[in-house]
Design a protein around this ligand. Sequence first.
Ligand SMILES: C[S@@+](CC[C@H](N)C(=O)[O-])C[C@H]1O[C@@H](n2cnc3c(N)ncnc32)[C@H](O)[C@@H]1O
Length: 307
Amino acid sequence: MFSYRHAFHAGNHADVLKHMTLVAILRYMAQKDTGFSVVDTHAGAGVYRLDQEHARTSAESDAGLFRLLAALPSAGTKPSGHASEVPALVADYVSVVMGFNSGGSVRTYPGSPWIAQALLRPQDKLKLFEVHPTDARLLERHVAELGRGKQIEVLRSNGFEGWRSTLPPPTRRGLLLMDPSYELKTDYAEVLDALEEATRRFPTGTYAVWYPVIARPESHSLARKLKALGTRLQKPWVQAELNVGLNPTEGTSARVAQGRAGTVLRASGMHIINPPYTLAADLRAALPWVQQALQQKTGAGWTVETS
Ligand SMILES: C[S@@+](CC[C@H](N)C(=O)[O-])C[C@H]1O[C@@H](n2cnc3c(N)ncnc32)[C@H](O)[C@@H]1O
């Protein structure tokens, strides 16, 4: 049985990187009228409360979203300490998150399904895979509350396999987001296998994979193999990593890598195949600002590589 619950991690630094990138991709895709499909192979519960038990237990959003929000210049004041204008990608991500919150307090955090549903147009579709019994039930309930009928479908099945029934989408426009919990060592190989097959089946689709940067060989080799896959398939790719570093004296509240109790997640990456042509430049403009907002005492950094 899986033990990973995203409610403990919602709004952490890894979510900031992942969801900022997701917003950028979806905004770009929505520039053309033709409908597109979003396939989220590892959806989680969809939307999270930041002020309730799970999120408060880990307090990971304190070191992620809340630090980012604290670094924003408040209306009418000049940014202090944190120089320069807020990059467009950061501002857009923050506006999407704040769209789920009102009255000045931030209690709700949108997971990838919620960000996607907020940015869909009537002609777009969303397919959500989730296998954890509790999170799948929550996701179904949350989606039902939206009342969007067939536009959003929840599938309680293995996203590493279920995506086959969704691609290529009828309009030949689509994004597949793969964001496993990496609880199982086999997840690393499954990501690569699924991507290889999916990009052959639907070569013009956009593919986005989140991965942890942790001290285990599978993690290091995944980042490398993702780049090699894109190059072998002759597809353009962008790979972005954000490392928030660590705070040796106070410890860190950054996300603990799932299934590896005691392993602190300091860094993570997003690998995008067939990215919007604007994505690399937008990430390069945003990540220095994000790093400065989220960095702990030592070792923070960011990279954006392209094919
Ligand atoms: C990191 S969380 C997803 C977070 C979500 N994508 C977001 O950004 O809000 C990973 C989720 O994948 C689920 N999961 C694990 N293995 C799965 C599989 N083979 N198929 C579908 N879901 C799976 C877990 O239960 C967990 O809820």
